[in-house]
Write a protein that binds this ligand. Structure first.
Ligand SMILES: Nc1ncnc2c1ncn2[C@@H]1O[C@H](COP(=O)(O)OP(=O)(O)O)[C@@H](O)[C@H]1O
Ligand SMILES: [Mg+2]
Length: 237
C-alpha cells in the first residue's frame, strides 16, 4: 500500500482539529515508510473523511465532552483489540453507540461530523457510512431493478454508521417502521457503533419509534441532549 500524501494546512481546515487532539501537523505529516503507522493511517483516514463530510461541515470539531469520551472509548478498544490479536492497523469494530438529541439547529449534525473527522486523526481505521434517515427509507423502498436487501446490509453492517435525523418527518409508514427496527436491531445485536441524531425529546422516543426500537436505543447508546438556540437563525440574523 502506498503511503498517503502530506496534508497542506492551507488547503484544509485541520489545525483546530489537530489542536483538539493535542497533535501537531509535523506528527500528522510524518512518513516513516510504514503504510500502517499511526500518522500514515491518520492521513489516509483524514483524506477519506474529506470525501465523506459535506461542505457545510468541513470544519466541524466535536466540542461536546461526552462525544470526545465516546471517541476515546472506541479508539482505546480498537488499540486493545489490536494488542490481543495483532493486525497492521487498529480497527474500530464494536462498541457503544451515541444518541444525540436536540431541537432543530442546535448543532447535532455538526457534532457528528466533528466526531467523524476527529476519529480519523487518531490513527485507527474507522469505516463510516453516513446517511439521513429519510434518504435511507427512500433507498430501501422496494422497487424494480434495485436489490434493497443488499442496500440494507450495506448500512446495517457498516463498521461505523451515522444516521442523521431519525424520527423526523410525518407519520411513520409500515416500511419506515420496519427499516428502523431491522436496522437498530442488527446494530444492537452486533454491538456496532452507531451515531444517531434526532430532534425528538427523550420521552417521545417510544411513542414515535416504537418501544422495541426505543428500548434498544436506550441500552446501546450514550445519550447526549444538546440545548441552545437554532444556530441557523442566528447566522441569518
Ligand atoms: N459548534 C459550531 N460552530 C460553528 N458552527 C456550528 C456549530 N454547530 C453548528 N454550527 C452551524 O449551525 C448550523 C446548524 O447546525 P446543524 O448541526 O446542522 O444543526 P442540527 O443538526 O442540530 O439541526 C449549521 O450551519 C452548522 O454548520
Ligand atoms: Mg441535522
Amino acid at each position: 500500500m502506498k503511503t498517503p500524501p502530506k496534508i497542506n494546512p492551507e488547503q484544509h481546515d485541520i489545525l483546530p482539529l489537530l489542536a483538539a487532539q493535542n497533535r501537531t501537523l509535523d506528527w500528522l505529516n510524518t512518513d516513516d515508510g510504514n503504510p500502517y503507522s499511526l500518522p500514515n493511517t491518520a492521513r489516509r483516514s483524514y483524506l477519506e473523511a474529506t470525501r465523506i463530510v459535506p461542505l457545510r461541515y468541513r470544519k466541524a470539531t466535536a466540542a461536546h465532552p461526552d462525544i470526545r469520551r465516546w471517541i476515546n472509548g472506541l479508539v482505546g478498544e480498537a488499540f486493545a483489540a489490536q494488542k490481543r490479536q495483532p493486525t497492521p492497523a487498529a480497527v474500530v469494530r464494536s462498541g457503544p453507540s451515541l444518541l444525540i438529541l436536540g431541537s432543530v439547529g442546535v448543532g447535532k449534525t455538526y457534532q457528528c461530523y466533528g466526531a467523524l473527522r476527529e476519529m480519523a486523526l487518531t490513527g485507527v481505521v474507522a469505516q463510516w457510512t453516513v446517511v439521513t434517515a429519510a434518504d435511507l427509507y427512500a433507498r430501501l423502498q422496494p422497487r424494480f431493478g434495485v436489490d434493497s436487501e443488499t442496500e440494507f446490509e450495506r448500512h446495517a453492517k457498516a463498521p461505523v454508521l451515522f444516521v442523521d435525523d431519525l424520527g423526523a418527518g410525518g407519520k411513520l409508514s409500515e416500511h419506515t417502521e420496519n427499516v428502523n427496527f431491522r436496522l437498530i436491531n442488527y446494530r444492537y445485536d452486533h454491538q456496532l457503533p452507531t451515531v444517531i441524531t434526532s430532534n425528538l425529546l427523550p420521552k417521545e422516543l417510544g411513542g414515535r419509534m416504537g418501544d422495541r426500537v426505543a428500548s434498544r436505543l436506550v441500552e446501546m447508546c450514550d445519550r447526549i441532549t444538546m440545548t441552545g438556540p437554532d444556530k441557523r437563525r442566528q447566522v441569518a440574523a
